[in-house]
Design a protein around this ligand. Structure first.
Ligand SMILES: [Fe+2]
Ligand SMILES: [Fe+2]
Length: 341
C-alpha cells in the first residue's frame, strides 16, 4: 500500500492519501438506478476523477471544499486514471497533528512567489518612465499585494492554481517590456501598465485557491469592468493624474480580450492595446497547452481531445530521449470528435 500524490498513481495499485474534494455529484447506476457518487479530487500535483459505488450515510455529508483521507484502488477509464474509493472520511485534527497540511492539496505555481513578486516590483521602477504611472502601479500593487501573490488567474482554463495570477501577469508584463523595444512607436510605460493591470479585476472576480469560484460581482460585472473601476478609483487618489493617461490605461483594460465575442467591450484601438491582447492570449494558451501535455499520462503520444484548444496535442519525444516515437498502431489512433483533425 502506498501513500503518494495523484501524479504518481499507477493503475491497479491501492493508495491511501489525502485530497481536496473539488466536486461531488450523486448519480444513478445504469440499469439498476442505484445511486453512486462521482467525485473530482485534487492535490498539489493534479486532479483525478473518483467513484464511490457503495454509498454509506456519512458519505452523503461530503461537500466540495472538504479535505478527505481516502483508501482507493487506481483504475483506468478512457485512458485516464480513475479512483474506485473503498474508504473515505474527512480529515481530522489527529491527521493535522501527524503532518497533514492543506497546502499539499492545493495546486500551486511551480515558481517562487516572493521572487516573482520582487521581479514585478523592480520592473515598475526600472521600465516605467511616467512618474504618475509609477505611482499608480505601486499604489495598486501595495493595496492588492496579498491577493495578487496568491490568486489563481482563472477558474481552470489557464494558471488556475495558487500564484497563477502573479505568474501570468509577470510573464505577460516581461513580454510587454520585450515588445516595447521591438516597435519604436510604442509607449513603454503604457504597455507595461497594461500588462500589470489588465486582469486586476480578477482579484474581485474570483475567490482564492483552493476552491476557485466566481464571486457575485464576478458573475454580474466581470473582471474587465471591475478592473477599470479599480484603476479609476486608484487614479482618483493621485493629485493631478493626467486624464489622457488614465483614459489610455482604461482602454488597455477594456480591450485586452481583443474582440466583442471574447468579452471585450472595446477592440484595441492603439498599438499598445493590440500588442497586450496578443501577449495575454499567447501566455494563457501556452500555459494551457503545457498543462494538457503534463496531464497526459496515457500510453499514446497524442493527448485526449482538448475542448478549449479544439484539438489533440502531440507529446513529442523530449530532447533527453525519455519519450519515444509513436509506434505504428499509435499513429492511427484518432480520439478527435468527428470532423476534427
Ligand atoms: Fe482577462
Ligand atoms: Fe490575462
Amino acid at each position: 500500500m502506498n501513500q503518494k500524490f495523484i501524479r504518481d498513481f499507477e493503475p491497479d495499485e491501492t493508495v491511501v492519501t489525502f485530497a481536496l474534494i473539488r466536486g461531488i455529484w450523486t448519480r444513478a447506476k445504469r440499469g439498476t438506478g442505484e445511486e453512486f457518487l462521482a467525485l473530482e479530487l485534487q492535490d498539489r500535483t493534479g486532479t483525478v476523477e473518483a467513484k464511490i459505488w457503495e454509498v454509506e450515510d456519512a458519505m452523503r455529508e461530503l461537500r466540495s471544499g472538504d479535505y478527505v483521507k481516502i483508501k482507493a484502488r487506481v483504475d483506468e477509464y478512457r485512458g485516464m486514471p480513475q479512483l474506485i474509493i473503498e474508504k473515505i472520511r474527512k480529515v481530522t485534527d489527529a491527521d493535522r497533528q501527524q503532518g497533514f497540511e492543506e497546502s499539499d492539496c492545493v495546486p500551486s505555481t511551480p515558481y517562487n512567489i516572493d521572487e516573482m513578486w520582487e521581479r514585478l516590483r523592480m520592473l515598475v521602477n526600472r521600465e516605467v518612465n511616467d512618474p504618475f504611472v509609477v505611482q499608480l502601479l505601486n499604489n495598486v500593487l501595495e493595496r492588492t499585494g496579498d491577493r495578487f501573490k496568491c490568486f489563481p488567474a482563472a477558474q481552470e482554463i489557464h494558471h488556475g492554481y495558487r500564484g497563477g495570477f502573479l505568474e501570468h501577469v509577470l510573464s505577460v508584463t516581461e513580454n510587454c517590456v520585450y515588445f516595447a523595444g521591438r516597435y519604436p512607436e510604442v509607449d513603454k510605460s503604457l504597455l507595461v501598465a497594461g500588462g500589470i493591470l489588465h486582469d486586476i479585476g480578477k482579484l474581485e472576480e474570483l475567490t482564492p485557491a483552493p476552491a476557485v469560484e466566481y464571486t457575485l460581482q464576478g458573475r454580474l460585472v466581470g473582471h474587465i469592468i471591475l478592473g477599470r473601476d479599480l484603476v479609476r478609483a486608484e487614479a482618483a487618489k493621485i493629485a493631478n493624474f493626467p486624464q489622457q493617461t488614465l483614459l489610455l490605461i482604461e482602454h488597455m483594460i477594456l480591450s485586452h480580450q481583443g474582440d466583442y465575442d471574447w468579452g471585450s467591450p472595446k477592440r484595441p484601438k492603439i498599438l499598445e492595446a493590440l500588442i497586450l491582447h496578443y501577449l495575454d492570449d499567447l501566455d494563457a494558451k501556452a500555459n494551457h497547452f503545457q498543462s494538457v501535455l503534463r496531464a497526459h499520462r496515457g500510453p499514446g503520444v497524442f493527448t485526449n481531445y482538448d475542448r478549449i484548444l479544439g484539438r489533440v496535442l502531440y507529446k513529442r519525444p523530449s530532447a533527453s530521449g525519455e519519450r519515444r516515437e509513436p509506434r505504428d498502431d499509435e499513429a492511427i489512433v484518432d480520439v478527435s470528435p468527428p470532423g476534427e483533425l
